[in-house]
Design a protein around this ligand. Sequence first.
Ligand SMILES: C[S@@+](CC[C@H](N)C(=O)[O-])C[C@H]1O[C@@H](n2cnc3c(N)ncnc32)[C@H](O)[C@@H]1O
Length: 245
Amino acid sequence: MRRISLLLVAVLMLIVTAVGSPAAVPTDSWQSTRVTDPNQHKPTGRGGYPYRAMSDYVLRELDLKPGDVVVDIGAGDGFWAELMAKFVGEQGIIHAAEVEKKKIDQMKKKFADVPQVRPYLCPTDGTGLAENCCELAFLSKTYHHLDADGRVDYLRHLHKVVKPTGRLCVIEKYSQLATVHKSHDTSLSQLMAVAEEAGWIAVRYELMTGTYHYIAIFVQRELFPPEPSAPKRRPANRQAGQKRN
Ligand SMILES: C[S@@+](CC[C@H](N)C(=O)[O-])C[C@H]1O[C@@H](n2cnc3c(N)ncnc32)[C@H](O)[C@@H]1O
């Protein structure tokens, strides 16, 4: 009997260690980029939403706090809004922006008892939200739906909607890896160019291993003051204290 109890305790400890340790959560930013297995980048999920399996990792990267205001652009079925609502709490707001009325009606039902999630019909070329109202603008698999010629303007608009210390997060399928559902992807370098033109600076971008999707997080260009000017250098052939003739 005692042996069985000891065994049970050992098994429980193993489970607690596995679940509680950071290694139990997909942790791209904590892992080495060294390729130790030629198959390590093989896609691990099927279906249209493989990146959703990385939600723990995404939410840790977002580091949302109670009271935060988020606009989830292209909220769809409210998958991300539901998760983010737990972090921002009832003092926070998740504006669940959608262009499809049917999805809004479904989200209104789904979030009837979650007052911080506010599904609404947004225009296709903006959020319709006031300036400086959000800590985060979040676009998961929505950026590629935006009108290609209007993307710089769209991200400029988000620059205004997001507070000066706020962030922009984009999740997209990596174009160079996409072999199915072509056109539902975005080249990372094109996203970077557009975001930079609109006044955003990337502070993190990572491939979410096994998903062929990346996450890119930006902050506003204005947060970066000019670099301190370099100290003046003495000509190499003169020693310190030596006077010019
Ligand atoms: C592929 S789904 C992504 C759903 C969810 N965000 C996710 O990550 O799984 C893209 C969603 O964006 C919506 N959408 C397309 N264009 C949009 C726009 N200009 N503004 C807001 N939502 C848009 C679509 O109706 C659709 O629900």
